[in-house]
Design a protein around this ligand. Structure first.
Ligand SMILES: [Mg+2]
Length: 202
């Protein structure tokens, strides 16, 4: 395999961890449902999928959540609770910096939405440290749909084994490997770093 000329990172569970429990509790306090029931509306659901593929916008997402849960807070309160679920995975932030110091461009390829993207962009200092961003709600397709990988190839100007892609999900990794990309299914920072070193990127 040739040494990759660009590296593309997933965000969720790679650059940032997320935990919906607290958000669920905050939202539940102002709704008719329990924390777990709220999660069944907003976490990996068809509604979230419509939001993350840009088929509905934030206001509509909020309206639908209110309809499904009886949520009584304002859109601002909802937005804050829904978005404030992330913490940085420092070792991978450091890994991105180390790769970039070698002169290798790096990118983000993420299934996300306007509220989460806005929150991460505003609050996380690592976020500007990439050459470009492919975001599902802007592209209109989510991983593992091939359309979003094509968008990443266009943005980077690279294809096949020139690209190294890191993601925590097997389905997202399989779709990238099917295009000939080099892949790492991220499990631990130490294992990922070792693979990156093997590939000659550090
Ligand atoms: Mg992920």
């Amino acid at each position: 395999m040739p040494k990759p000329s660009v590296v593309i990172f997933d965000l969720g569970k790679v650059m940032v961890d997320f935990e919906y429990a607290q958000a669920g509790a905050k939202l539940a306090a102002q709704s008719d449902l329990s924390c777990d029931e709220i999660r069944r509306v907003i976490d990996h659901t068809p509604l979230l999928c419509r939001y993350e593929t840009g088929r509905i916008h934030t206001r509509e997402f909020f309206r639908e959540v209110c309809g499904a849960t009886g949520y009584r807070g304002t859109m601002e309160e909802f937005s804050r609770a829904f978005a404030d679920v992330f913490t940085t995975i420092e070792s991978n932030v450091e890994l991105n910096r180390a790769i970039r110091r070698q002169g290798i461009p790096t990118y983000v390829l993420s299934n996300t939405n306007e509220l989460h993207h806005g929150h991460i962009r505003e609050r996380f200092s690592f976020f500007p440290e990439f050459d470009g961003y492919v975001l599902s709600y802007e592209v209109g397709a989510m991983k593992p749909d091939e359309k979003i990988y094509v968008a990443a190839e266009k943005l980077t100007g690279k294809r096949g084994a020139e690209i190294l892609f890191l993601d925590d999900r097997a389905d997202n990794i399989a779709a990238a490997a099917a295009r000939g990309w080099q892949v790492i299914q991220h499990q631990t920072p130490a294992a990922t770093r070792a693979r990156i070193e093997q590939l000659g990127l550090l």
